[in-house]
Design a binder for this molecule. Structure first.
Ligand code: GAL
Length: 417
């Protein structure tokens, strides 16, 4: 065989390797996210498997830290270095902030072909689109105003699901008298703020809108806000001494293991109960935070796609299309604890908490009592959210009194605007 033929052969072998390498790279997505708890990882597995079945491989970039603060910091470093990941889990106003910087891609090709406009609620589209373009694919709707109660602890406390603030306090008192930590909580600003969202909402939907969304100074500094902080102070008396810094899923584990009676948390907490093999109605009970029935504070996890080289765009579009597939939306959310972003997915495969979540969302959307969660970046931009976090956590940790807190909150918000 002549040398010429050998070199020609070697060249074509290299070429095949390159192209197949390139083809493989084109169908690979590198995804930055903060889904590292047991329940979150189980849901992510559904997405990874689904993409694999469509020929898209997954390069994982997990950044631990519930609520996503650390993930957003890691993302900033990647974007600044000019090396954004293919896709990123992102929330609400953070998506809009990135879009304003001109670094996000356009999913219009898939979104328009698949008619997303007809099946994704406006409340989500407000963040999935920028300048009329689809820039993110919403995978779910989480709602945050839930309480997850150990069935055993509830039965020992009389068995009645609390319907209002006074009944909630009475239940927590009974749990305390029964020698169990009444409220499992993780002392981190985003968790304190998630609790605060529900407490504010329990004082009225108009009040939530005026204070958390419109940031009306009178609502932020008035008597009702003082009542909100006084309720936070009351709830502080039901958490254990080791709450500071605890991750949210470890607080869920306290309820799962019977070490605590209840946890106030978004429905991602349900993913932990399911991962532990527990069943709604049998092992645990899901209720709306007492006083917030009929209203919902939501956040939606969306996969935002960055401007990447042509070789990666095909994988982005495949991923976006996979995420909005109705079957996938059901399979993923059944495990994650959230409900589908699409409005046309049947609730057949969802458990009773999931079915309730879907019904509550539709009802609140109908009635105008569906609000973006402040704590999860769907009510105000990050600068104002973080200013609120600071005041809420200083108060919850006892560094600020209930008398001082409302004025502090109004001042912090004004300074952040
Ligand atoms: C939220 C996110 C949820 C869940 C939670 C805890 O911000 O939307 O999907 O992961 O954080 O990490």
């Amino acid at each position: 065989m002549s040398l010429r033929t050998i070199t020609k052969l070697a060249a074509s072998v290299a070429l095949i390797a390159l192209t197949s390498g390139a083809a493989k790279a084109a169908d690979n997505v590198e995804v930055l996210h903060w889904w590292t708890s047991g329940g979150e990882a189980a849901a992510l597995e559904v997405l990874k498997k689904d993409l694999e079945s469509k020929g898209v491989t997954w390069s994982d970039m997990p950044v631990a830290g519930g609520g996503g603060e650390a993930a957003m910091t890691a993302l900033r470093a990647r974007v600044t270095a000019g090396n954004p990941p293919t896709a990123v889990q992102a929330l609400g106003f953070d998506i809009t902030d990135w879009a304003k910087q001109g670094v996000v891609g356009d999913l219009g090709e898939v979104a328009n072909a698949e008619g997303w406009d007809k099946v994704i609620p406006t409340a989500l589209q407000n963040f999935s689109k920028y300048d009329g373009k689809w820039i993110a694919a919403p995978v779910n709707v989480h709602s945050t105003n839930w309480v997850w109660i150990s069935k055993k602890a509830l039965d020992a406390a009389g068995g009645a699901e609390p319907q209002n603030w006074d009944e909630f306090v009475a239940m927590l008192d009974k749990m305390k008298a029964n020698g169990i930590t009444p409220l499992a909580h993780g002392g981190q600003p985003w968790q304190d703020a998630t609790l605060f969202d529900a407490v504010v909402l329990s004082l009225g939907t108009d009040f939530y809108k005026a204070s958390m969304i419109d940031n009306d100074p009178a609502a932020l500094s008035g008597d009702k806000m003082k009542e909100a902080f006084s309720r936070m102070e009351k709830l502080r008396s039901y958490v254990d001494d080791n709450f500071s810094g605890r991750d949210w899923n470890l607080a869920s584990a306290m309820v799962i293991e019977g070490k605590a009676g209840a946890q106030m948390m978004g429905d991602w907490a349900k993913g932990e109960f399911l991962k532990a093999g527990q069943k709604p109605g049998t092992d645990f009970v899901c209720i709306r935070f007492p006083g917030t029935q009929g209203a919902v504070t939501f956040n939606s996890d969306q996969f935002m796609m960055f401007k990447v080289g042509e070789d990666k765009q095909k994988a982005q579009l495949l991923m976006a299309s996979a995420i909005e597939d109705p079957k996938f939306q059901s399979a993923f959310n059944v495990v994650k604890g959230s409900v589908p972003a699409r409005t046309d997915v049947p609730n057949t495969d969802f458990d009773d908490c999931g079915k309730k979540g879907m019904a509550d969302l539709a009802e609140a959307n109908e009635k105008g009592t569906l609000f973006g969660s402040m704590a999860h970046g769907h009510a105000v931009p990050a600068s104002i959210k973080n200013a609120m976090y600071d005041v809420i956590t200083r108060h919850f940790n006892g560094d600020l009194s209930t008398d001082e807190a409302p004025a502090e909150l109004a001042a912090a918000v004004a300074a952040a605007k």
